[in-house]
Design a protein around this ligand. Sequence first.
Ligand code: UDX
Length: 440
Amino acid sequence: MKVTVVGSGYVGLVSGACLADVGNDVLCLDVDPSKIRILEEGGIPIHEPGLLEVVQRNVQAGRLRFTTDIPAAVRHGDVQFIAVGTPPDEDGSADLQYVLAAARNIGRHMDGYRVVVDKSTVPVGTADKVRAAIAEEVAARGAALEYSVVSNPEFLKEGAAVDDFMRPDRIIVGADDARAIDWMRELYAPFQRNHERLLVMDVRSAELTKYAANAMLATRISFMNELANLAETLGADIELVRQGIGSDPRIGWHFLYAGCGYGGSCFPKDVKALVRTGREHGHDLRLLGAVESVNERQKRRLVDKIVARFGDNLAGRRFALWGLAFKPNTDDMREAPSRVVLEELFRRGASAVAYDPVAMDEAQRIFGDEPRLAYAARPMDAVDGADALVIVTEWKEFRSPDFPRVRDLLRQPVVFDGRNMYEPAVLERHGIEYFGIGRG
Ligand code: UDX
């Protein structure tokens, strides 16, 4: 099929490349010429494992192209995916200006039936707004053109996005038009595996499904974080509690890890947006409000522990920070706990030497010439001479460090482990004072 993807960011590029990989003719549009230039020169503007290979082989095969030409992009695809950004407004609601601009462009330039797919995470009711925006443009041209608006939310995890697209747990299609449903079935047929993955529903339910999934996952994390804090006081170990409850299949093993809070481009934004949607419709979503505030507090938890150990005035102290990205396998630092940790340390007069396998450029972009932040080329260089080691992201390479070396390089052998990577007893054996999350 001929497919256009509007927005060549994270979601758009992964979707476009994967749809090309199964044989579709895909054109990716972006208004940012620098992004398109990188793509045309054979690179990708984001860090995502496996994506570069998929992009390159499809560019070579002539199935994947990039453009900044809006009319050409609208003419190309029978299916038009809208995968542009929806940044949060100051009040927490999703800013739809880019989504609606994309819809207007489709209305302005389409020359036949189009299936317009909302791929970006957008509040319930957005499909109606997209439909209205297209209708207005089509009417202004005096044209009589047919189109259908479909909600098809993405469930891509950063760091595993290609695999999530290629081997989806489910494909949600919200649509009310038989032709559009047929086209979506055809488009996604190559991604069905041993059983039917495509769930057709009404548009609003599809839109809400996306928020429901992320809010549920965020709830599990905040629940575990709250219990972790209690476990600490009670002298219980949240890791053992996790194993004790995860073995119940009704609960399951996933997303039960206590830590220094969730970050990223989805959970914080989507939980806020859903709370906002509730409020707009007269529902006070108290549980989700709490999920959010528990998470905000949890991001400060590591610094609370540092303060409890070293005192409120951290002037003259230097901390080693392992991990800047909001989670492993990405360079994304949006809403990352590391940012809160660093800001709180700086506020108390401390400095930091950070190491992250891929996110140091991103940190430099965010923190600029911050004099209190230095970067280390290797994990142990960060540790050398620091007052304590603080772990914020559970990168694989931090799993089994040379503990005696960590102990000897630190000015004081103290480790604050925001991701419960280590066993307290093991560090104790190595003569290291250990602070995890919820390990009473
Ligand atoms: C998430 C959803 O998983 C994905 O389906 C959706 O489309 C986009 O949002 P992502 O933001 O890439 O994906 O990250 P995810 O792996 O879900 O982790 C989110 C955050 O939760 C991370 O900061 C992670 O460290 C944290 N987390 C996750 C925990 O603190 N504990 C857990 O048990 C799991």
